[in-house]
Design a binder for this molecule. Structure first.
Ligand code: BGC
Length: 885
């Protein structure tokens, strides 16, 4: 029997407010093996019983079960649709799938009638208070449906008749606001009443006008918060009414008296105007809003992957520090906030200070926050039990000091709420070594802590910025762990938007280093720092422009990410070419092998900039050549293939002696040369041997930074040194991944020695305990130990290459990846020298299993001898394979 287990719209289970015809995808279920779809029927209707069909594909002969476009289907604005699919294989047909609902937003931005309204004035530019805006309206007769589109300059929560609209936090998200402002779409049919209604919002400074960046500047995008919404009411009688933000709205100061991303929030519950967002409220005393024109060309809908509450963690323990502070420990470093309950008198205060770690004496440690106060102050209304969590700020923390709290601090009154972009977990890895399992946990939590609308370096100190390099090196691991398709596609569009006219790519996206000084108190600091004019584009960081679209394409097979990013990718290659002499390009401030331990400078490591720039120039160009070919851009393909050939040759001449010595004598240089395929074939062995010598020179430890670390184990295991790769993974003294694990880490640290063996803490300037960059080792766990690899010639896991590696005294590994076709599972058990390998391959896909040994499979897979080891091609379903090592 076959069936459709899951139907997605634009890769998601639930999308609200699309503006372009979607792509459909589905997962086929069956109890048989070797299932390949022969054809499908896709229907789209205006009702969930599919009587009002707007699209019927008829039988389409195709094995495509992803990237499916409904040919000829045109979206209408503000409409709810239902899709369903039926599939056929060679023997049978499935039932109709469960339907997937999706809604459209405003297809053309010309349909916007609203203007921004603000309860602030220009004089509030340096103010971090919250404000309300509201208006009453009448629903004149029975409605069939109501939808609202909303966004803000700043952050907002919207309410209708006293209830919050949707479950999203930190809307409208953080984008390159001057060029792309997201709006959210909500179906609010259930919230409207016949007769009097109220719509309103509370606004906060957020990323738009609050303090952002390590130089403490504010007003990056503007000086006033403002709200924009358009409510469309469809009446049963066929008429339609639109309620917009306009000059009739009123505003007031909100009980959020202060809110900043870094510093936290103060809320005075005594100021709550009871019933402000419900009908019958007397708004005399509220001021008229200021209206501000809308440039509707920058509006883009955000149909999914919005920030939401993901998990809730109870207090693990309450204790008193040697300094006498009462501290809650949630047992997990994370991003989000604390939700608490309290009862006391009017004017009583709750004050919470959030932090990541205890110092060597067991006291609260704030210094690594670099001034971010991470403080929540709540002033009680009094009398009844009250509960609170912040509106417009999040904290990076494991611990919370209770500075003030009326009454006894009881654990059940506190809960840590984990917030990040709404993505489903897709990757799992477990093995017989509990320390590696904890490492895997820490990598996952590094993602959870730093994927709050944009990929950030860290979630706690005065940065929380979209550093391109951090995202680039972690992207492949992230694509395994969670469904990052929508998340990365959104951020990449901001990368393109913030790209310089000459193709340069900013250090961070959104780029807060280049804003309009007229908005702020900004003064330019000394030459040669991030903040000086004209600074952007660093190798390995800016290459995010190529490497992340490619990682997304490999994972999801979605050609549109390459199409959309093509000009951005090309511009970055041209930028490097413009500033190059041969394979070496130079522009401004480089970041080197960031935080490597082999340099004189504690930040940039010993590997020469010229080498890293050249290696990445070649690597990114090689990706671009592949992308140009895939997209059929033959002129570019030929042109950049010629460039690639030339810079590879130049690289060989520049960095390899005729006898094969690599001229840059660092671990990172050898790793990049090997992993980016930059070694002349004749010198591969010598280069590999040199890398192993460089490993031995440091007592078999890495001294690599952000650039070399992600590929160290790959460079070893793919060049005949699997044992050394496992040994490196299993080191548990400084510097190593498991050192952190043994030291009690619950996330991945920024530096190998964030906490030293004596318990003391390292340089507070770069001492984040939640920095995912070194979590890039995850990629090796999934690709090389469990062996789950996409196939470049058939991406999106339509064909998977399974190539597990055995070692590190592991006697079992259980891993799975929930691909767009379904779960790929690899489980191996080693007993003596016998290996049992169990695989699950999704239906409508195939796989190649590569092993070093000859193997047999009762399921019928036949292994044949190939150049290196043995290989079998298998179909979908379950496979049991056995062999002797
Ligand atoms: C960030 C890094 C980032 C680096 C680049 C740091 O402060 O936290 O992760 O990539 O700066 O200079």
């Amino acid at each position: 029997m076959i069936n459709v287990d899951r139907l997605t719209v634009d890769y998601l289970d639930c999308v609200e407010g699309i503006t372009a015809p979607p792509k459909f995808g589905w997962i086929i279920g069956s109890d048989k093996n070797n299932v390949i779809q022969r054809s499908y029927i896709l229907q789209i209707a205006l009702d969930d019983i599919f009587t009002a069909l707007v699209h019927d594909s008829g039988i389409v002969e195709s094995d495509n079960s992803n990237y499916v476009v409904a040919l000829g289907f045109k979206l209408t604005s503000s409409t709810k649709y239902y899709a369903r699919v039926k599939v056929f294989d060679k023997d049978e047909e499935s039932d109709w799938s469960i339907s997937a609902a999706f809604t459209s937003a405003l297809i053309s931005n010309d349909e916007w009638r609203a203007v921004f309204v603000s309860a602030e004035t220009d004089a509030d530019a340096d103010n971090s208070k919250g404000t309300y805006v509201r208006r009453d309206f009448r629903v004149k007769s029975e409605i069939s449906r109501a939808v609202v589109y909303s966004t803000a300059r700043g952050l907002y929560h919207m309410y209708i008749n006293g209830l919050k609209v949707g479950h999203d936090e930190f809307s409208p998200g953080w984008t390159s606001y001057k060029k792309r402002l997201q709006y959210q779409a909500y179906d609010v049919t259930e919230l409207l009443n016949l007769g009097e209604n109220v719509i309103g919002a509370i606004l906060g400074a957020g990323w738009y006008k609050g303090v952002i960046g390590f130089e403490w500047y504010r007003n990056h995008y503007g000086r006033q918060t403002a709200f924009l919404c358009q409510l469309v009411i469809f009446y049963i009688d066929g008429t339609k009414e639109t309620i917009c933000t306009d000059s009739s709205w009123k505003g007031a100061d909100a009980p959020v008296t202060f809110s900043e991303i870094y510093d936290g929030e103060t809320y005075d519950a005594r100021m709550i105007p009871e019933g402000w967002n419900r009908a019958g409220f007397n708004d005399v005393g509220w001021r008229m809003v200021e209206t501000m024109p809308l440039d509707n060309s920058i509006l883009v809908s955000q149909p999914g992957c919005r920030v939401r509450t993901q998990e809730r963690l109870p207090v693990k323990r309450i204790f008193i520090t040697p300094q006498g502070d009462t501290v809650l420990d949630f047992g997990q470093n994370m991003s989000g906030w604390v939700c608490f309950k309290v009862k006391g008198d009017s004017g009583d205060v709750v004050e919470l200070n959030h932090f990541e770690v205890l110092d060597a004496d067991g006291n609260a440690y704030y210094i690594n926050l670099l001034g971010a106060k991470q403080t929540i102050r709540y002033i009680l209304k009094g009398g009844v039990e009250e509960s609170f969590h912040p509106y417009f700020t999040f904290q990076g923390f494991q611990y919370v000091r209770i500075k003030e709290y009326p009454g006894e601090v009881m654990p059940e009154n506190f809960e840590a709420v984990v917030l990040h972009s709404d993505m489903r977990q897709t990757g799992w890895f477990e093995c017989s070594n509990p320390d590696i399992n904890q490492l895997q946990h820490n990598i996952l939590w590094g993602l959870k802590g730093n994927f709050l609308d944009i990929p950030t370096d860290c979630p706690q100190r005065t940065e929380r910025l979209g550093w391109t390099g951090d995202a680039e090196i972690f992207s492949s691991t992230a694509c395994f762990l969670m469904d990052t398709h929508t998340f990365f596609c959104k951020w990449l569009q901001d990368l393109s938007a913030d790209q310089k006219p000459d193709g340069g790519v900013p250090y961070m996206v959104p780029d807060i280093l280049n804003f309009e000084p007229s908005n702020s108190n900004r003064h330019f600091v000394e030459e040669g720092t991030f903040m000086s004019p004209g600074m952007h584009s660093a190798t390995a960081w800016s290459d995010a422009a190529l490497i992340i679209p490619w990682a997304v394409y490999m994972t999801y097979g979605d050609i549109s990410v390459l199409e959309r990013q093509y000009n951005s990718m090309k511009a970055w290659i041209e930028f490097m070419q413009r500033y190059s002499n041969g394979c070496i390009w130079r522009f401004s401030l480089e970041l080197g092998d960031w935080l490597a331990r082999d340099g004189k400078n504690e930040y940039i490591g010993a590997t020469e900039h010229d080498f890293i720039c050249a290696a990445y120039f070649v690597y990114s160009t090689s990706i671009f050549v592949k992308a140009a070919k895939i997209l059929g851009k033959l002129h570019d393909y030929k042109k950049y293939q010629t460039l690639l050939k030339r810079i590879v040759e130049d690289f060989h001449n520049e960095f390899f002696t005729p006898n094969g010595r690599l001229a840059v004598h660092t671990q990172t240089a050898h790793i990049l040369a090997l992993w980016f395929d930059l070694v002349p074939e004749a010198h591969r062995k010598r280069t590999t041997d040199a890398l192993v010598e460089l490993l031995d020179a440091y007592d078999k430890h890495l001294v690599t930074g952000f650039v070399g670390t992600p590929f160290f184990t790959f460079a070893l295991s793919h060049n005949g040194h699997l044992k050394e790769a496992f040994d490196l993974l299993l080191n548990d003294d400084l510097p190593s991944w498991l050192y952190e694990v043994k030291a009690g880490a619950t996330t991945v640290w920024e530096r190998w020695d964030c906490r030293k063996p004596d318990g003391s803490l390292c340089d507070p300037n770069s001492n984040s305990f939640n920095h995912y960059a070194y979590g890039a080792i995850g990629d090796w766990l999934y690709r090389d130990i469990s062996g789950i690899n996409p196939d470049e010639s058939c991406p999106g896991y339509k064909h998977t290459v399974i190539a597990p590696h055995f070692g590190g005294k592991l006697n079992y590994v259980k891993s799975s990846f929930s691909s767009i076709y379904g779960d790929i599972a690899v489980e191996w058990h080693l007993s003596g020298n016998k290996v049992a390998l169990d695989l699950v391959i999704p239906h409508n896909t195939t796989a190649t299993v590569n092993l070093e040994q000859a193997a047999s499979a009762p399921s019928g897979a036949i292994f044949t001898k190939v150049d290196v080891g043995y290989s079998a091609r298998i179909g979908s379903g379950q496979h049991h394979i056995v062999f002797t090592m």
